[in-house]
Ligand binder design. Structure first.
Ligand code: 3PG
Length: 185
């Protein structure tokens, strides 16, 4: 899977292509478009249509309805801030990767029961960062993590160096990419 997952918030549909182009220009081939705005599903559909070679998924998916919309729009993976069994079931039925947010051993065990071995660790900075991930990794050798929330240019390499990290997520990827094309955010 892609190691860098930009957390994208699209406020106006018209911004979609600019943001996706900025990410591509920055060498990033992936985007997690979040259901934090009304145009999320439309933005995913547009991004999937215009950038067919990119790995475009949906984030902040917190219920079955949003998950159905995201899949209909063509999302290739689904991310949640927490764990939804409804969302997990829909993703499994559709053969789509689901990365639920899990920060406690109990949450990780629920994910494992659902057949999920890669989880989002969010908000990573609040729940103990790399130190917590290392501690959680000991009893769960089969689990890979996607730390998100408070990941930045300064700590990115440290996270990526830990072998249990599947990928890192963050909004800063989008800000950096836009800055590089002269779109200050
Ligand atoms: C997320 O939903 O994953 C976070 O809002 C991203 O956190 P960040 O803005 O600290 O990268």
């Amino acid at each position: 899977m892609d190691k860098l997952i930009p957390v994208v918030v699209i406020k106006n549909l018209a911004e979609t292509e600019k943001i996706m182009n900025a990410l591509k220009n920055d060498g990033i081939n992936c985007a997690e478009i979040t259901f934090r705005t009304d145009c999320a599903a439309e933005a995913i559909a547009l991004a999937v249509e215009k950038f067919p070679d990119m790995n475009i998924g949906a984030g902040t998916v917190i219920n079955a309805g949003q998950c159905e919309k995201a899949l209909k729009a063509g999302a290739k993976f689904i991310v949640s801030p927490g764990l939804s069994e409804d969302v997990a079931k829909i993703c499994k039925a559709n053969g789509i990767d689901y990365f639920p947010g899990c920060v406690t051993p109990t949450e990780i065990m629920r994910a494992l029961d659902l057949g999920i071995t890669t989880v989002k660790f969010f908000p990573a900075n609040v729940y103990g960062g790399l130190k917590a991930l290392k501690a959680l990794s000991a009893p769960f050798p089969q689990v890979r993590f996607i730390p998100t929330g408070g990941v930045n240019r300064e700590n990115l390499e440290e996270f990526l160096a830990f072998e249990r990290i599947a990928a890192v997520g963050g909004s800063f990827f989008v800000e950096d990419a836009l800055r590089k094309i002269g779109e200050v955010k």
